[in-house]
Design a protein around this ligand. Structure first.
Ligand code: MD3
Ligand code: FE
Length: 238
């Protein structure tokens, strides 16, 4: 940016992003959190980030929905194919829930105790429509709980029947360091902090990227009872 002081461009960009985040918040403040057309605040490695998508009231309402899911389907730390418990505690809502055990990763129509998974909260279905423009209908909502040093290693999500459908991720509670690479293992990766109320949409090329959570920052939010971070991922699994 010729003629401007050194560092101006960064400040200018930050200003634009803060403006868009506050506009997203304002859309939420008029009482129809998910009915407006929310615009991404930034594109991170091809992923549209909707930073500040959910205002404090919308986050609290969603946290209530999460508590209802936990009441009907308590979070568990599933074991991987190799018998090691994951550090993230998980449960699901919807027709299909994602689980893992010694038989491997898969979607199941019932909880391990035989009960149905609880329904996907209508608020989340509305959010899906708002940020995807109404691409299909999610039939699975994975609810991940990160406490303390919980993390998720780099992986690809490929257990869903139709990989051309988008995935929507909602972050609640403590901020988390999200890492994303390309569609091949071993390539360059970049990281970004995800804050409570941030939403991202994975579609097209970014749907198949390697990604993970390096760590959370414990105590950075008071939203989740007992502390930690919740991530909701909406998917068309079946
Ligand atoms: C990119 N969850 O559950 S959310 C997962 O924060 C998962 O709990 C992380 O990765 C979490 O599989 C990351 C962001 C995310 C979610 C799904 C994706 C990124 C994705 C699917 C495909 C590509
Ligand atoms: Fe994933």
């Amino acid at each position: 940016m010729a003629g401007y002081p050194a560092g101006f461009e960064g400040v200018y960009r930050k200003g634009i992003l803060a403006l868009q985040a506050s506009r997203n918040r304002r859309v939420n403040d008029i009482g129809q959190p998910f009915s407006g057309t929310l615009r991404p605040t930034r594109v991170f490695r091809g992923i549209p980030l909707f930073q500040g998508c959910l205002d404090d009231a919308a986050q609290a309402e969603l946290m209530g929905d999460v508590q209802a899911i936990w009441d009907a389907a308590p979070p568990v730390r599933p074991v991987t194919r190799w018998g090691k418990p994951m550090s993230v505690a998980m449960t699901s809502a919807g027709a299909l829930g994602w689980t893992t055990d010694r038989r491997g990763y898969r979607y199941e129509p019932r909880q391990p105790d035989g009960r149905d998974w609880p329904p996907i909260p209508p608020r989340l279905l509305a959010l899906w429509d708002s940020v995807t423009g109404g691409a299909g209908r999610p039939d699975s909502c994975l609810v991940n709980l990160y406490r303390g040093s919980a993390r998720m290693g780099l992986h690809q999500d490929k257990d869903e029947a139709d990989l051309s459908c988008p995935v929507v991720s909602v972050s609640l509670g403590d901020r988390a360091l999200f890492r994303a690479g390309g569609t091949e293992r071993g390539g360059r990766t970049d990281s970004v902090w995800l804050d409570s109320g941030d939403v991202m949409v994975l579609r097209g090329e970014s749907r198949l990227i390697f990604h993970g959570i390096d760590r959370i920052e414990p105590g950075s939010s008071a939203l989740v009872p007992g502390g930690g971070r919740v991530n909701l991922t909406l998917r068309v699994a079946g």
